[in-house]
Design a protein around this ligand. Structure first.
Ligand code: NAD
Length: 258
């Protein structure tokens, strides 16, 4: 049985993970962390709660922390776990390169798992798309459109950036040099060495990513649609169980687990 402390326990992902963990005998909830002003939803839970992860770690050395919050919060919690030795699964997106480097430093000291998308489908796509790009050859233009709900804070999505990273690698390109996240005005012809990533926000869309490979006389469109947050929550719970048995030293991702 895996003991869990959920951070952001009152949020969209935290609520889904909390409810799925309660319904599964493989997990025990030992702590919930949420900002005071958002913690009313947790009062009905028969579980210690706090607005600070540091309050709960000393009594639960074996607990795996699951954190879906915001980059600066998740990084601070990874640092706390690096001190306490707890394992931590992070699903938060929007980390800067510096913050990702700091996460890797924490991973040298304790077990850290981070994935911007915990669904099996997206992670299979990450393996398959580079092969598609290589097989098509250099002539095909690569573009992506991502669509999410109107509460999402970061753009492009962490998943879109992760997919774009793999597309760029398949062409031996550096994503930071070829990503084009905005077009407006007289922009001229599309440079070949470019990966367009366009963002749509609205309603309650859980997450849609479409990659376009556009060549002479044809195009391929590959779409992943998340129908519910359940797929991400299931991935996070599976990651927590898996991470518990791993050793520190690697910043683990879904590809390590799958
Ligand atoms: P949300 O806003 O619904 O939930 C975040 C929760 O974190 C909120 O309840 C907020 O009060 C809480 N929080 C913020 N600061 C906190 C702090 N200091 N201490 C404790 N709690 C704090 O957002 P969400 O839709 O659940 O998404 C959260 C993050 O997860 C985002 O970065 C999102 O992009 C990412 N996400 C990742 C995946 C994935 O598969 N990896 C899937 C969906 C969402």
């Amino acid at each position: 049985m895996t003991s869990l402390i959920i951070v952001g326990a009152g949020g969209r992902m935290g609520t889904m993970i909390r409810n799925m963990a309660k319904a599964d005998a493989a997990y025990t909830l030992v702590g919930l962390v949420e900002r005071t002003e958002y913690s009313s939803a947790l009062q009905a839970e028969n579980c210690p709660a706090s607005n600070n992860l540091a309050d709960l770690l000393p009594a639960h050395k074996d607990a795996v922390v699951i954190d879906f919050t915001a980059p600066e919060v998740s990084l601070a919690n990874a640092r706390l776990c690096a001190q306490s030795g707890n394992a931590i699964v992070i699903g938060t997106t929007g980390f800067t390169e510096e913050q990702k480097a700091s996460l890797a430093e924490c991973a040298a000291k304790t077990r850290v798992f981070w994935s911007p998308n915990m669904s099996v489908g997206v992670n299979v796509l990450l393996k398959v798309l580079p092969e598609l790009v290589r097989l098509l050859g250099e002539k095909y233009d690569l573009e992506m459109v991502e669509m999410h709900h109107n509460k999402k804070k970061d753009a492009p999505s962490g998943t879109a950036l992760r997919i774009a990273e793999e597309l760029a690698k398949a062409r031996d390109w550096n994503l930071s040099e070829v990503a084009c996240c905005q077009r407006e005005g007289i922009i001229g012809e599309r440079p070949h060495k470019e990966i367009g990533i366009q963002t749509i926000r609205g309603g309650d869309v859980v997450g849609v990513h479409t990659v376009y490979a556009m060549g002479p006389g044809e195009r391929i469109e590959v779409t992943h649609q998340a129908h519910s947050r359940e797929t991400f929550a299931a991935g996070a719970l599976r990651a927590a169980e898996w991470l518990f048995t791993q050793n520190a030293g690697t910043l683990y991702t879904m590809s390590h687990m799958l």
